[in-house]
Each structure stands twice: as structure tokens, then as C-alpha cells.
Design a protein around this ligand. Structure first.
Ligand SMILES: Cc1ncc(C[n+]2csc(CCOP(=O)(O)OP(=O)(O)O)c2C)c(N)n1
Ligand SMILES: [Mg+2]
Length: 541
């Protein structure tokens, strides 16, 4: 008996263990979702940004790809901000959408995705609409292979709505791909020679080490070289324990200040991060005078766009293993394993003074750290008080801190949904705490509804400063006084959260925060805690 494209495709997805679909449906997707199989799970979101953000974090935490299904050109367009983020996070996602009936595509009826292979670019590795219905299952297989191979990232498949009930031309071919590429042996030996010959080397580690589960390897190389470790600028996942004696802190994300931090070293090696992720323009030299820079990445485009340095394509963790084998151990009194070298983990927190009824961000974060279990996973999207957060909450366990690689707001809240689902599915069951600015919360706030429907015990803490504080800091740096639209009056976060089905509260004291924390993780549903904090305009760098 001939099977349909739908039956054959769902079978393939089963074999690939892709049985969770994050989505928001439309008429062009209902033919795919028809008779949705019992062994699959549909995670309903109310906006595509939430579908993509939740799927991204779920895929990261489960260390395997996830599927997203959105509504033709309209839903794909809504999801773009978080697709951009998934691309920069290097998360393997298979994003699918329906398209209009093939019979009508030529005349472009309502909601047609007119250029499905163009619309999501440049933030997907591959985008395709099968030429024939029969190609749909193999296109999923290709999408899976494309998404997973280094550098991992999102791909997009557009499927006309009348394809699913068509007869399949055969059984799908199951394939597998490697997810890591090994370093060129000659090149890695040369890198090891340069490191061994350095008088004062420095290591700059990036999020790819965390994605590759490489903390032990990152520690091994640092200890053998006895060299300080910086986290790459705006690193989305910590690559190294922030409490390790060799940890120097997070590098600033501007040219001149970053270069100044590296002064005194003759060789630097960046492993698993771009060279470099900058944001505010502060002109200067990329590196201190005379420094040699080595760069290891599994992303040829990332290697290509580095303005300085010598690169090697490799999985960052495999490179760490090879380098650790090959480098000479460094000891001796001039080596920097001494506390004197150690810097504050991140820029010193500015000394804020709180008014009655509000806290400083630092007090808030210190209270939260003390009131939550040690193994709590922290999600951050609170731009103006990152320095305070990192000093109050050093990360000393792998996979316990997540933020986004892109700077595009609206990722953190749905990501906390994906992370909490992964904690439950994996049986790890660590608590999830998301710290989301009062401005940032609004971009995909409807993720709260999915958290409530999925009964996820997430604690979302909203530092309520009533402003886009970081943009006020930018206005100082860019010398642009008088910019409108930087204040956020009249937002009632407690009511918004209640409206989406969450527990919610406002806390103005450390005691109340402790009480809310004690209850939040025992609930079968999310808690949103609004905390008035001092409105400040912190220095950007
Ligand atoms: C999608 C998107 N829109 C706009 C911005 C610009 N932007 C950067 S930070 C920011 C304000 C964030 O405000 P909030 O979350 O309250 O954090 P605070 O700066 O107050 O700590 C905005 C609007 C952005 N980065 N992404
Ligand atoms: Mg704010």
C-alpha cells in the first residue's frame, strides 16, 4: 500500500528523534498537523518569536536539533529576530512553514511565501521548497544534515499545503553526519609551538567550548599553560568556570578597551568565538603592539572575517585536546598562576544608591543568588546591569548560564521555557531563573503563556527600572542627547503576568524576594517577580 508523504515524513522524524514541534499554526500548516501522531508533542506558542526562542534553547540543552513550524511567509517573518539569534547561537534548528497550494502558487494568492528560499536569508544555512511533493522526506533529511554539520545553525523548509496527502515515492533514506571536524595536524602542531614558545600567553575562550561540553578540556589547556583565561566578549555561554584561579573575566566588546586588556601578553589564542564580537565603536588597534593572535573556530566564515590573526578550522574541543597534548607545560615564577593577576570577573559594578521602595540591581542579584539552589540555571536578558549580575552570580557549573549571541531582544524569556522543558525531559530537573529587563520582557512576553500551559516552574525576575537604561548609556557614549522613546512608564508587569496565567508578585525588600524564591520552584507553573530597581545610566564600558 502506498504511504503518504505525511506518513513517511513523520516516520523519518521519529527515527531522527525529532518528535517535539514548537509552533504557531495557520491554514497552510494544518495539512501537516492533521491527525498529529500521539507520540509527537506540539508545543503551542502564541507568537513565532516564542516558538523559535524556546526551540533554540531546548535544542541547546538537549544537544540535538529541534523542529519549529510557523505560518508561511507571515509566521516566518515574525520569527526572524530569533532565527537571527539561533544562527549566531549556532543552534541546529529545522524551521518549517507551509505554503499555498501548488495549484495556485503561480498567481500568488493570500499569504503566499513568494520567495521561500530568499525570505529567511541570510540567517539560515539553507532554505528550500521542494520542487516535487515526493522530495519532502528527503528534504527533511537534508535539512537535518545541513543544520547539524559545523557550524550548526537553523535551516528553513517551505512545504506547499497540498503535498502532505500525496503518495510517497518510497521509504525515506536515513543518513547520519559528523558534528565535529578535527584540526589539520600540521597546523595544530604549529599553533602548539607558538604557544609553547610564548613568554606570556593568554587564552580567550568562547561559547563553542560550552556547546561542545568542553569545560574539562578548557581547564586542562589553561592549567598546562598556566595562562590566564578571558571569556570572549559578550560570550553567550560561559566556556570556563568563573571561580577558577586562572579566570581573568569577560573581555569588553569594543576595539580599544579589549586591546588594552591584553597588554603584556605576546601570544593570544581565541578558541570557539569570533575575533572579536564588538558593539560600541571605540577606535584603536585590535591587538597590543607585537602580539601574535591565533584563532580556532569550526566556522570558515568566522575565520574569514577576523580582521587580524592566523586561523585554524577545527572543532574547538578537539583543538583543545590536541593542543593540551602538544604544548610544553609552563611553570616558574614568571608564570601568571597567581591571584595578583586575577581581575574582577566583569567590569566593576557601579555603586548605586537605592531609594526607599527599590533595590540596587546588585542587591537584587546577590539576594537571588543566596536564595536559590546552587544548581540553578540562569538566563539573562537585562542589558544595563550585566556587570552586577556577573559579580553577584559567578558561574561555576557547565550549562548553567544562557544568553543570546545576537543582541536581538526577545530571546531570553522563550529560551527559559525551552530550558525548563529540557530539564524536565532529561530528568536533570534543575530550577530555571530568568532575569529579564522590563523593556526586554515585552518582545516575546506571550512565552509566559506557554510556560504556564506547560506547567514549568520557571522564576522570571524583572528588574523594573522603568527605562531602556542601556540606551541612555549609549546616548552618552554616542553624544546624542534628546532621544525620545527611552522611558517605560505605565507598565504593570504583575498584571501582565497574571493575564498569561502565571503567579506574580512585586517585591521591594530582600525578605519578600527570599519568600517568593522559596515558593517558586515548588510550583507546577511559572512565577513572575517584579522588583523596582534604581534607574541608572551606567557607563557602557
Ligand atoms: C529586537 C530589538 N529591538 C530593539 C533593541 C534595542 N535595545 C537594546 S537594549 C534595549 C533596552 C532594553 O531595556 P531593558 O530590558 O529594560 O533593560 P535595561 O537597559 O533597562 O537594563 C533596546 C530597546 C534590540 N536590541 N533588539
Ligand atoms: Mg529597563
Amino acid at each position: 500500500m502506498t504511504r503518504t508523504i505525511r506518513e513517511v515524513t513523520f516516520d523519518l522524524l521519529r527515527k531522527l528523534e525529532l518528535t517535539t514541534v514548537f509552533g504557531n499554526p495557520g491554514s497552510t500548516e494544518e495539512t501537516f498537523l492533521k491527525h498529529f501522531p500521539k507520540d509527537f508533542r506540539y508545543v503551542q506558542t502564541l507568537h513565532e518569536a516564542s516558538a523559535v526562542g524556546a526551540a533554540d534553547a531546548y535544542a541547546q540543552a538537549m544537544r540535538r536539533p529541534a523542529i519549529v513550524n510557523v505560518h508561511t511567509s507571515a509566521g516566518l517573518s515574525n520569527g526572524m529576530s530569533n532565527i537571527l539569534t539561533a544562527f549566531q547561537n549556532k543552534t541546529p534548528l529545522i524551521i518549517t512553514a507551509g505554503n499555498q497550494t501548488r495549484d495556485m502558487l503561480l498567481m500568488e494568492p493570500w499569504l503566499t511565501n513568494v520567495e521561500p528560499s530568499q525570505l529567511p536569508r541570510p540567517w539560515v544555512k539553507w532554505a528550500y521548497e521542494p520542487v516535487r511533493a515526493e522530495d519532502v522526506p528527503a528534504a527533511f533529511m537534508r535539512a537535518y544534515a545541513m543544520a547539524l554539520q559545523p557550524p550548526a545553525g537553523p535551516v528553513f523548509l517551505s512545504i506547499p499545503l497540498d503535498d502532505w496527502d500525496r503518495p510517497a515515492s518510497g521509504e525515506p533514506v536515513l543518513r547520519s553526519v559528523a558534528t565535529r571536524i578535527a584540526p589539520d595536524p600540521d597546523r595544530v602542531a604549529e599553533f602548539a609551538r607558538v604557544l609553547s614558545g610564548a613568554s606570556n600567553p593568554v587564552l580567550i575562550y568562547g561559547a563553542a567550548i560550552a556547546r561542545g561540553n568542553g569545560w574539562p578540556q578548557a581547564i586542562a589547556l589553561a592549567e598546562k599553560l598556566n595562562a590566564p583565561v578571558w571569556a570572549a566578549p559578550a560570550c553567550e555561554r560561559p566556556p570556563f568556570p568563573e571561580t577558577h584561579p586562572l579566570y581573568a573575566g569577560g573581555l569588553p566588546f569594543a576595539i580599544a578597551p579589549l586591546s588594552r586588556k591584553l597588554e603584556g601578553h605576546d601570544v593570544a589564542i581565541v578558541i570557539g568565538a569570533p575575533v572579536f564580537r564588538y558593539y560600541p565603536y571605540v577606535a584603536g588597534t585590535y591587538l597590543p603592539e607585537g602580539m601574535r593572535l591565533l584563532h580556532v573556530t569550526d566556522d570558515a566564515a568566522e575565520a574569514g572575517r577576523a580582521p587580524v590573526g592566523d586561523s585554524m578550522l577545527s572543532d574547538p574541543v578537539l583543538a583543545l585536546e590536541s593542543l593540551t597534548r602538544l604544548v610544553e607545560p609552563r611553570t616558574g615564577s614568571d608564570a601568571p598562576l597567581k591571584q595578583a593577576h586575577r581581575m574582577a570577573p566583569h567590569p566593576a559594578a557601579p555603586a548605586h544608591v537605592a531609594k526607599p521602595g527599590e533595590m540596587t540591581p546588585l542587591e537584587l542579584f546577590q539576594t537571588l543568588r543566596a536564595a536559590t539552589p546552587a544548581e540553578t540555571i540562569l538566563v539573562e536578558e537585562s542589558p544595563s546591569n550585566l556587570g552586577e549580575l556577573h559579580s553577584a552570580w559567578p558561574i561555576d557549573q557547565p550549562d548553567s548560564f544562557y544568553t543570546f549571541a545576537s543582541g536581538s531582544l526577545g530571546w531570553g524569556l522563550p529560551a527559559s521555557v525551552g530550558l525548563a522543558m529540557a530539564e524536565r525531559d532529561s530528568g536533570r530537573n534543575r530550577p530555571v531563573l530568568a532575569i529579564i529587563g522590563d523593556g526586554s520582557l515585552q518582545y516575546s512576553i506571550q512565552a509566559l503563556w506557554t510556560a504556564a500551559q506547560q506547567k514549568l516552574p520557571i522564576l522570571v525576575v524583572v528588574p523594573r527600572n522603568g527605562e531602556y537604561a542601556i540606551l541612555k548609556s549609549f546616548a552618552v557614549l554616542e553624544e546624542t542627547p534628546g532621544v525620545p522613546g527611552l522611558d517605560l512608564p505605565g507598565l504593570d508587569i504583575v498584571s501582565l503576568a497574571k493575564g498569561y496565567g502565571c503567579n506574580s508578585a512585586r517585591a521591594e525588600t530582600a525578605d519578600k524576594i527570599r519568600k517568593v524564591c522559596a515558593e517558586a520552584f515548588t510550583r507546577s507553573g511559572p512565577t513572575v517577580l517584579e522588583v523596582p530597581v534604581t534607574a541608572t545610566v551606567p557607563p557602557l564600558l
